[in-house]
Design a protein around this ligand. Structure first.
Ligand code: PGA
Ligand code: ZN
Length: 407
């Protein structure tokens, strides 16, 4: 179906850290849609460029470019599909990393267009994605980041994220309900354990002062004991704690071989089955070694390593530098490239975990994306923040509408 855009507007909104980001509204006939984009803090060096004003904070320059340059051209054309729209934007930008118009501006238009296409086809967004892009829809596990450390918290627990991976039950509604109960129980446990008030980290998880490498795992292993189908994950975000002497964890520097052993030891003692960015983003060989050494069924997950980029994931597949990757649309800046990356990953037998960013908005698009592409997981932080909860709640809502949509 050819899509004509009748009206396009954009404005600044604030993300969950109170920083400006971009919202785009598109109108076509009777349909009106909105999309907003998140913002990361522990970013991979090969990510597309999130454009900021000279002050490093504002997005006025991007808003101006959208209004004065992009929108007039959008309104003057028709687009056959997502690819046509994305190719048009990428060409208009004209840089390898979307640095002229900004990946944030381009992605906001790209996501809004996907929502508009779904609306015009009278389909929910997840269903439209599955149908138009040839994916098999399915429900993801919940990757709920319950303890925040690293770059996302003032007190730096050694790893950036400690995740409860919730799944294996009959319904998403039930899974989410039980995961929320565990999260609230975790709050009581960490408050009892630490004398001081326990703050929240950027992604809504608790950020308690726990003194040893083992302690977060001991607490979480106990917590999920009653849920045999749940397991634990971490996002080490290891680039953030690499220095000249090695990987620094609680005052000790570990060479990569020793860090590999630390992960092996943790996996042997705790139900830890998913490890994201275990080593620096420029060391795929270390990822490959961990995967080769790890127990069967372990997920070695690329994030800064793979940056949702089809060219990069193709290289990492050849190197066996993992068996799963994080999918963050704003790492690459257009949905067509996101779909290309997912297709390459799934063809190679890699699992995908669709993810939010640490600075989020109330847009729940990634829940539709996760279901539409049949992702293994949806990583959306902890439900103490509304911007995270809306993603999980959208999953529950999709589950309710799933049965009513012609498969
Ligand atoms: P970011 O962190 O959004 O701050 O980049 C999330 C992650 O590393 O997975
Ligand atoms: Zn990560």
């Amino acid at each position: 179906m050819m899509i004509t855009i009748d009206r396009a507007e954009t404005k600044e909104v604030f993300d969950s850290r109170g920083r400006p980001t971009i919202e785009v509204m598109l109108v076509s006939g009777e349909h009106m849609v909105q999309a907003s984009v998140p913002s990361g803090k522990s970013t991979g060096s090969k990510e597309a460029l999130e454009k900021r004003d000279k002050d490093g904070r504002g997005v006025e320059d991007v808003l101006h470019l959208l209004r004065e340059e992009v929108f007039p051209q959008l309104l003057a054309r028709t687009f056959e599909n997502q690819r046509a729209l994305d190719d048009f934007l990428i060409e208009l930008d004209g840089t390898p990393n979307k640095s002229r118009l900004g990946a944030n501006g381009i992605l906001a238009v790209s996501i809004a267009f996907a929502k508009l296409s779904a609306a015009k086809n009278k389909l929910p967004v997840w269903k439209f994605i599955a149908k138009s892009e040839g994916f098999t829809a399915g429900f993801p596990r919940l990757y709920m980041n319950v303890l925040n450390g690293g770059a996302h918290a003032d007190f730096k627990l050694p790893f950036q994220e400690y995740i409860v991976v919730a799944g294996g039950l009959d319904s998403v509604r039930e899974t989410y309900a039980r995961a929320k109960k565990l999260f609230s129980k975790l709050g009581e446990i960490v408050r009892e354990e630490t004398v001081e008030e326990v703050p929240f980290g950027d992604e809504g998880g608790y950020a308690p002062k726990l003194a040893t490498l083992d302690r977060p795992f001991e607490i979480l292993a106990d917590l999920i004991d009653s849920e045999p189908t749940f397991f634990l994950g971490i996002d080490a975000a290891a680039t953030e704690f690499l220095n000249k002497e090695g990987y620094r964890l609680i005052g000790t520097n570990y060479p990569r071989e020793a860090l590999n052993e630390v992960y092996g030891d943790l996996m042997s003692r705790f139900p830890l089955r998913s490890i994201e960015d275990p080593f620096a983003e420029d060391d795929p060989q270390a990822f490959a070694k961990l995967l080769a050494d790890a127990p069967e069924g372990t997920l070695v997950v690329g994030d800064d390593l793979t940056v949702t980029n089809p060219k990069v994931i193709a290289e990492m597949i050849v190197l066996h530098a993992g068996n799963a990757l994080i999918i963050k649309p704003n790492q690459v800046g257009s949905l067509s490239e996101v779909y290309d990356t997912i297709r390459l990953a799934h063809q190679a037998g890699w699992k995908t975990v669709v993810s939010h960013r640490s600075g989020e908005t109330d847009d729940s698009f990634i829940a539709d994306l996760a279901v539409g592409v049949g992702a293994y997981g949806l990583k959306a932080g902890a439900p103490s923040q509304q911007v995270r909860a809306v993603k999980y709640e959208r999953l529950v809502q999709i589950e309710a509408e799933y049965a009513n949509v012609l498969q």
